[in-house]
Design a protein. Structure first.
Length: 72
């Protein structure tokens, strides 16, 4: 099931929220790479986990990891 098919209808807000948080996670690892002296991140892995659902609210974890490198 894709997010677009969530609950039998279109979940545009879900898709937009997950995409926004994914972009934030990627931006975070980019910033961390720069702080470490790198100028690129390779081997980026994204993980999505639903932590819980309560009162029609979903708590979701979006994590990104990768390796900071210097590309010349």
């Amino acid at each position: 099931m894709t997010l677009e098919q969530f609950n039998g209808g279109t979940a545009v807000s879900w898709t937009e929220k997950v995409r926004s948080v994914r972009d934030l996670a990627i931006r975070f690892i980019k910033d961390e790479a720069i702080e470490m002296g790198g100028n690129a991140v390779v081997g980026v892995d994204l993980a999505y986990e639903i932590l819980g659902v309560q009162n029609d609210m979903v708590m979701m974890l979006v994590a990104a990891k990768g390796t900071a490198v210097v590309v010349e």
